[in-house]
Design a protein around this ligand. Sequence first.
Ligand code: HEM
Length: 141
Amino acid sequence: MKKGLLSAAVLSITCSSTVFAHGSCDTELHGYMQNIKDEMRAMSSDVKSGDNQSAVKHVDSLISYFEKSRSETPHKFIHDDLKGAELKSQNAEYQKVVDGTIVVLKDLERALQSGDSSKVRELFGAMGEQRKLGHSSFKDC
Ligand code: HEM
């Protein structure tokens, strides 16, 4: 993949907004997300320098941060005062998107191991889509 294109893709995936819709949130999930951002950047820099072996290790860390994130409740649900059945169903929606993201990461791991760079590029795009979906649906800080 062209380096410029990869950098642009990664920038758009990891770039975080400095505008907070409802103030900043100091949640466990926010901390995991910061780690996810750092791991994404480290992984992409490994891919750029051709070190797929090291990139795979960052993908493993990403999977484990998403697994931890799965058991957290987004700040938005608390802010919106969701309770009972509604909280349960929104949580299930949130977990579905996290699970989909983990599937993309497992595919990415395989593509890195087999050196399939066009698949790697496609899966970087898919990660960007997961981020967009997750943030537009569940992030308010
Ligand atoms: C490449 C993928 C992702 C990256 C790099 C990423 C990065 C971040 C960052 C840096 C924040 C902190 C706030 C900010 O500065 O904007 C954040 C917050 C958040 N992200 Fe992600 N994220 C990713 C994917 C996802 C996915 C897939 C979901 C949901 C399934 C998600 C849900 C959230 C939520 C809910 C918050 C707000 C924290 C809270 O409610 O406590 N993110 N993310």
